[in-house]
Ligand binder design. Sequence first.
Ligand code: ZN
Ligand code: FE
Length: 254
Amino acid sequence: MLEIRQIACLQDNYGFLIRCSETGEVASIDTPDANALIAEAGRAGWSIGHIWNTHHHWDHTGGNSDIAQHYGAEITAPAAEADKIGAVQHKVKPADRVTLGALTAEVIDTGGHTLGHIAYWFESEAVLFSGDALFALGCGRLFEGTPGQAQAGLARLRSLPDETLVYCAHEYTAANARFALDIDPDNAALKTYAAEVETARKAGQATVPFALGREKHTNPFLRWDDAALRQRLGLEGASDAHVYAAVRKAKDNF
Ligand code: ZN
Ligand code: FE
């Protein structure tokens, strides 16, 4: 029902065109590069009627106006960031539902990277568009929100089914894997994953999308309640948000 085309854009971004195969409606999840997305839509014979933004950063919204002009596309974006994004027709809030033809996605609050950051979850398709909130083996930097806010958003994402395929907005996995191995060196599942990532990247392959179930066991930003990780950080009795914050700080200084 949900067709997805993934387009490498800019330095390390991914853009996504998604289509409801029943009605033919198409949305662009963020707009890192209008020309690249319009070219891909042309190859597919798709017309981009909708833009769904995850947050206000330029590498996610920079193509909004060109794509909106080219197709008359309508923009859906977090209400909390609508003023920064501009020309937003559909301002959405956490727990809202947005439709693409016959398909429905839930808006999930993943504030922290930016205050109003949202993810789009297609439960029926087991697909999540996580923007810069969750990456393979990593997560977005905490630019605007608090650790507690970011950790709450990641906790919600972690609660989604293991089979969920995550489409994040950046190919950062190889660098994320190096940090993950540094902070969680005895994690056998992580070692296997990191080796696969290295092989894939050497072959020029994308590591996105990725399965959420595997992240739950390997991504240090989803492992705030792991006893070994807590012990390593000297944070056995700390709050979940505190453990998340310590991992985030360690990554920022890595
Ligand atoms: Zn961003
Ligand atoms: Fe980004």
